[in-house]
Ligand binder design. Structure first.
Ligand SMILES: Nc1ncnc2c1ncn2[C@@H]1O[C@H](COP(=O)(O)OP(=O)(O)OP(=O)(O)O)[C@@H](O)[C@H]1O
Ligand SMILES: Cc1cn([C@H]2C[C@H](O)[C@@H](COP(=O)(O)O)O2)c(=O)[nH]c1=O
Length: 478
C-alpha cells in the first residue's frame, strides 16, 4: 500500500461522499509512518461536492448518475488516496469548544496586532461588529475605517503592494477588462450576470441528485486526512466542451485574457479565509448544507488539495519533513494548486451556475506567503492572479481569531501550522490589510461566536448575491 499523504485530515462532521467516499475507500488502511514523518497530521473527511444538478454546462460525460460517474473516475481517485493512509497515524484532537463561544476577543499582542473582526461589517453596516468585541481594539466593530489595518502596524498603510490597486484586477493584469459599472452593487452584478445567458438557468436538484450531506461521526482522536471535497463528476473534462473561463469576480462580465473576449460566470464564488483552526471548514460545510437545502447547486471545495494533482502538492506543502522549502517554492506550489483547482473545479462549477464555496483561496497566499513569509505581496499577487487568471470571489468571509487561541489549539501541526506565533500574527495582519484595501468584498466575523450565529450572518450577507430560486419551475432564475 502506498504511504499516506500528509497534510490531510479528517474533519469532524464533514460532508461525505457516498459510495467511493472516505469510509468506502478504506481510509484506515495503510502502512506505518516513515520515521521522518512521525508528525501528527490531520485527516479530513470528504465533505463532498454538492453538484449542480444536471450539470447544466458540463460535457455530455457529466450526464450520467453521480455514482456511476464517480465509479468511472472519482471512485478510483478516492480509493487510491484512501489506500495510502496509514493506520498508525495519531489523530489530532482539537481543543474543546468550551469557552469558544465568546464574542469578545482580546487585542492580539505585538505591533500591529489589532485584528479585524467587525471591520467590514461595520463598513457595510453589517453584523460582524454588532458585538463590538473583535480584536480591533477600542471601538472595534464600528465603521469602515476601523476595518483597516491599524496605524502603526508594520504592515499597515499603503495596502498590500503599496500600489493602491485595492485588490482589483488592474489594467496591468487585465488590460482588456472594461471598467466595472460604478455603483453597481452585488445585487446588480448578480442580476447582470444572471441575465447573461441560459447557463444561469438550472433546474432544481431532484432528490438524490447530489449526495446527501452526512455528518459523519467525529473521529475521537488522531490524524485527519483531507481528501478531495468533490466527486470527479465535478471536475471539468478537458476538450472543447469546457466552459469559458471568467477572469473577473464570479457573476461579472470579464474579458478573456487570452482572446480578449467577454465571457461570463453565472455562478457565485464564495470563499472562506482566515488563519489555521479558526473554523472555516465548519462554516463552509454549514453554508453548503443551507444552500443545498434551498435548492441551489453547490460545489464545496478547498485549497490546497482538491484535485488529484493538488492533493500531491498539498502533501508536499504541508509535510513537516520539508522545513527547507524556500518561500518562493512554497508560493509557486500553492499557485500551481490554484491553477489546477480553478481549471478542474472552480470554473466548471461557476460555469454551470453553481455556488462554489471554497475553503481558502488567493487571499491565503497573500497572507501566508506574502505577509507570513515576508515575500513582496504584490509579486505574490501577480503569481496568484496569473495562476487563477484573475478570478476573484464574489464574497470572501474572513473568520478572525487570535492565533494564540486558534493555532495553539491544534494538537498535531502540519508544516505551516507549526510556524511560529509571529508568523501566524503576520498572517492575520496580512488578512487585515487585504480587507482594508477592498472592504466591500469581505464579511469579517469574529470566529468564536456561536457557529450558528456565524452561519446566519454569512447567509444574510450572501442573499443579495444569489439569484432567486423559482419554487414553481425549480430553476435558478436569471
Ligand atoms: N464558532 C466556533 N466556536 C468554537 N469552536 C469552533 C467554532 N467553529 C469551529 N470550531 C472548532 O474549531 C476547530 C477548527 O475548526 P475547523 O476545522 O472548522 O477550522 P479551520 O479553519 O477549517 O481549520 P484549518 O485552517 O486548520 O483547516 C474544530 O475543533 C471546530 O470544532
Ligand atoms: C490556499 C493556501 C493555503 N495556505 C496554507 C494555510 C494552511 O496552513 C494550509 C492549508 O491547510 P488547511 O488545513 O487546509 O487550511 O496551507 C497557504 O499558505 N497558502 C495558500 O494559498
Amino acid at each position: 500500500m502506498e504511504p499516506h499523504r500528509v497534510g490531510h485530515r479528517h474533519r469532524p462532521g464533514g460532508v461525505r461522499h457516498g459510495p467511493g467516499g472516505l469510509a468506502a475507500a478504506g481510509v484506515a488502511g495503510g502502512r506505518p509512518v516513515a520515521a521522518h514523518r512521525q508528525h501528527r497530521l490531520r485527516r479530513r473527511p470528504h465533505r463532498g461536492a454538492l453538484r449542480a444538478a444536471g450539470g447544466a454546462a458540463g460535457s455530455g460525460r457529466r450526464a450520467g448518475p453521480d455514482v456511476a460517474r464517480r465509479g468511472r473516475r472519482g471512485a478510483g481517485l478516492a480509493g487510491g488516496r484512501a489506500g495510502r493512509c496509514r493506520p498508525g497515524r495519531r489523530r489530532r484532537p482539537r481543543a474543546a469548544d468550551g469557552g469558544a463561544r465568546r464574542a469578545a476577543l482580546p487585542a492580539p499582542a505585538g505591533p500591529g496586532g489589532a485584528g479585524l473582526a467587525g471591520a467590514t461589517a461595520g463598513a457595510r453596516g453589517g453584523v460582524a461588529g454588532q458585538r463590538g468585541a473583535g480584536p480591533l481594539g477600542p471601538g472595534g466593530g464600528g465603521g469602515a475605517d476601523q476595518g483597516r489595518a491599524p496605524a502603526g502596524s508594520q504592515l499597515a498603510a499603503g495596502g498590500l503592494g503599496g500600489d493602491g490597486r485595492a485588490g482589483r484586477a488592474g489594467p496591468r493584469r487585465h488590460p482588456g477588462r472594461p471598467p466595472q459599472p460604478a455603483g453597481l452593487g452585488p445585487q446588480g452584478r448578480q442580476a447582470a450576470a444572471a441575465g447573461l445567458g441560459p447557463a444561469a438557468r438550472l433546474r432544481r436538484p431532484a432528490a438524490g441528485d447530489h449526495r446527501a450531506l452526512r455528518g459523519g461521526p467525529r473521529p475521537a482522536a488522531g490524524l485527519r486526512r483531507r481528501p478531495p471535497l468533490r466527486a470527479a463528476a465535478d471536475r471539468a473534462e478537458p476538450g472543447p466542451a469546457r466552459a469559458p473561463r471568467p477572469l473577473a469576480p464570479a457573476g461579472e462580465q470579464a474579458p478573456h485574457g487570452d482572446q480578449g473576449l467577454l465571457v461570463s460566470a453565472p455562478g457565485v464564488f464564495v470563499v472562506f479565509e482566515g488563519g489555521d483552526g479558526v473554523g472555516k471548514t465548519t462554516q463552509v460545510r454549514l453554508l453548503a448544507e443551507r444552500l443545498t437545502a434551498s435548492g441551489r447547486p453547490v460545489v464545496l471545495t478547498r485549497e490546497p488539495g482538491d484535485t488529484a494533482v493538488g492533493a500531491r502538492i498539498r502533501d508536499l506543502l504541508l509535510d513537516p519533513a520539508h522545513p527547507e522549502m524556500a518561500p518562493r517554492t512554497e508560493a509557486l506550489l500553492y499557485a500551481a494548486d490554484k491553477a489546477q483547482h480553478l481549471a478542474e473545479v472552480v470554473r466548471p462549477g461557476l460555469a454551470r451556475g453553481a455556488v462554489v464555496v471554497c475553503d481558502r483561496y488567493v487571499d491565503s497566499m497573500l497572507a501566508y506567503q506574502g505577509a507570513g513569509r515576508v515575500l513582496a505581496v504584490d509579486e505574490v499577487e501577480e503569481v496568484a492572479r496569473w495562476a487563477t487568471e484573475g478570478l476573484r470571489p464574489s464574497l470572501t468571509v474572513l473568520l478572525d481569531l487570535d492565533p494564540d487561541r486558534a493555532v495553539a489549539a491544534i494538537a498535531g501541526k502540519d508544516r505551516l501550522e507549526a510556524e511560529s506565533v509571529e508568523f501566524h500574527r503576520r498572517v492575520r495582519e496580512g488578512f487585515a490589510r487585504l480587507v482594508a484595501r477592498d472592504p466591500d468584498r469581505y464579511l469579517v466575523l469574529p470566529a468564536r461566536q456561536r457557529r450558528e450565529e456565524i452561519a446566519e450572518q454569512v447567509w444574510r450577507r450572501l442573499q443579495p448575491l444569489l439569484a432567486p430560486v423559482s419554487v414553481a419551475s425549480g430553476t435558478v432564475e436569471p
